[in-house]
Design a protein around this ligand. Sequence first.
Ligand SMILES: [Zn+2]
Ligand SMILES: [Zn+2]
Ligand SMILES: [Zn+2]
Ligand SMILES: [Zn+2]
Length: 585
Amino acid sequence: MSKESENRICQNCKKEFTIESEDFNFYEKIKVPAPTFCPECRTVRRLCWRNEISLFRRPCSFLGHNESMISAFHPDEKMVIYDSKAWWGDGWDSMSYARDYDFSKPFFEQWKEFRNNFPFQSLSNSNAVNSEYCNVADDSKNCYMISGSESCENIIYSNRAWYSKDSSDLYVANRLELCYDSVICSDCYRTFYSLNCKNCVDSYFLYDCVGCVNCFGCSNLRSKSYCMWNKQLSKQEYDKRISEFDLTKYETIQNFKKDFRKLYLKSLHRFANQIKVVNSTGDNIEGVKNSKICFDITDNAEDSKYIHWGVLNIKDTYDSGPGIGDMELIYEVFDTGLGNFRNLFTSVVYHSNNIEYCFNCYSSSDLFACIGLKSKKYCIFNKQYTKEKYEEIVKKIIEHMKTMPYIDKKGRVYKYGEFFPSELSPFAYNETVAQDYFPITKKEAETMGYKWREKAKVEYKISIDAKDLPDSLNNIDDFITKEVIRCLHDGKCNDRCTGAYKILEDELNLYRRLGVPLPRLCFGCRHDSRLKMRNPMKLWHRSCMCDKTNHFHGGAKCEVEFETSYAPNRPEIVYCEKCYQQEVY
Ligand SMILES: [Zn+2]
Ligand SMILES: [Zn+2]
Ligand SMILES: [Zn+2]
Ligand SMILES: [Zn+2]
């Protein structure tokens, strides 16, 4: 007999949340107690452990290496940080950090001590070629400041770009080439300043377009060419009008951005971006079945809930992401997958089974509270046990975590079944993706007991103001790469402004190749402005806004209800699938 759904009060935000009957079944299956944080607070807690874009300089801690290196860990964090070469090399032994479990201290306190002495990799970017400023970016080639990405070449200043080439300023991009300033686009070539597009070529300012070639300022179009502001033109007319614009001018682009915003607000918005979705809720999902509250998921997810930024065969997985895929029976993990079965509370764990509270472990099974192990079995705090002894001690630890829980500064209690407390994270809230997806102010962070770190002021002297840069790219001299430019926001915005920025030589070459003006904002401000273009990872219950007389609801307002990431007070026109299909296709 399965348990009835139940309402509980979240330990973190003190709001009520519901644990459904199906949730109890899942917790029963993986043998963890029901959570004490609400779903959103659980996601935030996990995201506090994931830093994608904040990079610092600090010395390498490996014996004999003292040189300064780029790292995701702030130099104030008293941790042992190795450069990638040292970390992957055989100059140290992860098993030499083994320690006994101490039943006189809470588990998370011991885990923190263990973690602080254990070597961590400065950045997560394996197989990187000439891409030292990239984090969580495997197989990067000639990339700069990209993160949460994979297999990119000549990509700069981008986040969550996959298999893309020769582009800049992308956010959630899949297989793009020669693109600039685009958000949630895939399979596009020479597509600029666009949002939610697929298979588009040689186009500017597109929203929700698929298969469009040579289009400018359009929305809700399918397989069109030579359209401008949603009007069909002849090729000659289109070419003539395009040739009248100087798209290398900053001012021109800014004006078109304003027009694009107006066009966006007049466009139709499908309640959610869903392709091949069965009995599921969420946004930007493809091939998802019997799953709830999922975001940015592609290629098969089933019987899962509260997951985001994942790919490929995710089954029976709760509270996981970013960076997940190919896994089953998984709970509270990020950066984990590739054939994993029953992993709970893990980060960077691959090809592994039955792993709990572990970081950076590979091809292993039956590990508890381990860091940095490869091909190991039956270890606790990196100490080797027999199968029998391992099972006996893990049982005792789980009991101990219940009787002597960790209590954080705000009095929140962490027993077995909770993810790592955010106050033990080596990252400040505003350095992590928690700030990307659940942005808060410094004051709010303090109230909630989240760590916050002010950005160090850029040391070098500003030599030019962004507002004084020549308007057209054609009037920019190579000398620009020697200048330190003051960001238009000058650190006074609520974005993660660094105050100043530089233009790299390769970057200038790329802008010239793309024919786009120099940015007037620093990367922090540009990244935050792109994040604002996407909908939040939240759902609201609403109904269709359509009242078209030629639709199935004939004259009356459409009554179809749905879960949408458009909050009720937003200005967009939101349609159900059927009404949207009838208008757009
Ligand atoms: Zn909460
Ligand atoms: Zn800025
Ligand atoms: Zn409708
Ligand atoms: Zn309708």
